[in-house]
Design a protein around this ligand. Structure first.
Ligand SMILES: [Zn+2]
Ligand SMILES: [Zn+2]
Length: 141
């Protein structure tokens, strides 16, 4: 059994082909897809899978903290299976989302919240909005 299937089992989620497919897709991409994107990506291989199934599946994966759900002020949520602490950069032009691990030491902030306030952080959303390098360069031409 692969690691993703083990993660599902450890969270008492039944390992179904569809569930595994959705989770694997999320674990393999850093595009932070929406439910719609996940559905469109998988529907060819899983014709029996409905949009409702995708909604239900991401909700249960989120509830087990296997994936992260976040909203960048768009009309739909996005999903991320990357559990490392990181910030998101949303390009308001091409609507791509980039991961950022750089200089803001989020792990240190979490540590300080715990030591200074006794606050136990379970999730964190840090979002930056702007124009990505590609879009900026395309504009210059
Ligand atoms: Zn862009
Ligand atoms: Zn991310």
């Amino acid at each position: 059994m692969n690691k993703l299937a083990e993660n599902l089992k450890a969270n008492r989620l039944k390992v179904t082909p569809q569930r595994l497919a959705i989770y694997s897709y999320l674990a393999s991409t850093n595009e932070h897809p929406t439910v719609e994107t996940i559905y469109n990506h998988l529907k060819e291989d899983y014709p029996a899978m409905s949009l409702a199934t995708v909604y239900k599946t991401v909700a249960s994966l989120r509830d087990c903290h296997l994936i992260r759900e976040f909203n960048l002020g768009e009309d739909c949520n996005r999903y991320d299976a990357n559990s490392d602490v990181h910030a998101h950069l949303l390009c308001t032009k091409c609507h791509r989302v980039f991961d950022y691990y750089g200089d803001i030491d989020l792990k240190h902030v979490i540590y300080r919240l715990k030591t200074d306030f006794g606050f136990e952080t379970s999730a964190l959303d840090m979002n930056f909005y702007g124009i990505c390098d590609d879009c900026k360069n395309n504009n210059d031409k």
